[in-house]
Design a protein around this ligand. Sequence first.
Ligand code: HEC
Length: 223
Amino acid sequence: MSEQPFNGNANKPGEAQQKNEVSNLALHDKEMRDIAEPYEFPGAGPKWFYLFVVVSLVIAAFYLGRHMGKLDASAHIGFLEKGAQTVAAEASSPAAAAPAGDTIFTGKCASCHQATGQGVPGVFPPLVKSEYVLGNPDRLISIILRGLSGPVEVEGATYNGVMPAWAGQMNDQEVLAVINYIRTRLGENKAEEIKLEDVSRVRKETDGRAEPWTAEALKAEYS
Ligand code: HEC
């Protein structure tokens, strides 16, 4: 049988149709192959990365759980207990709830007279071994309440500065506490304590004094 150039052979229509269909299917096959496979969006990243993140989180959570300590209120119990103990100690001591003299000293006096109470040569007189601190209690209370200015001799050196009055900044309890601190516990100072009544009395006695004391005026008043 000679070759047919075309599919127009009317004698074998079925065969021709079959051929056509086969070639059409083949075409479709090709077409189907050309359609891209569904693929993951590149931005989503590789799977091993997600695995890595999850494993890291698990390890981190485990680590924190083991080593972080506690994040609950019991962490403060140490402080609360300490506070309660201090309060109890203060309540049972004679000066109930009295402010701490050393704290007041650090906050209000040490900037000039220094934490050691040694002062600064030529500028701020020392409180340690000072006759003004260890001597006449009324005079000392008076200096703290009303201030001091002008030339004053302390421990053999002369100072000429101004010390502010503290009457407006401290109540009698606080004045008492800081004075008892500098008289009995600062450096080598060992004088007797003063009493709250003394502070109240001196405050009244010096009520009208608007100017700071001078060394002269102190001498005349409290010889
Ligand atoms: C701003 C600086 C300053 C501060 C703060 C200060 N003082 Fe003074 N104080 C002085 C100066 C300056 C003198 C000397 C004044 C003069 O030259 O007349 C002095 C003198 C004194 C004196 C008599 C002199 C002596 O050395 O004994 C006493 C006591 C004293 N101060 C106690 C205190 C106490 C207690 C406090 C805290 C409550 C305090 N001062 C805070 C500057 C200060």
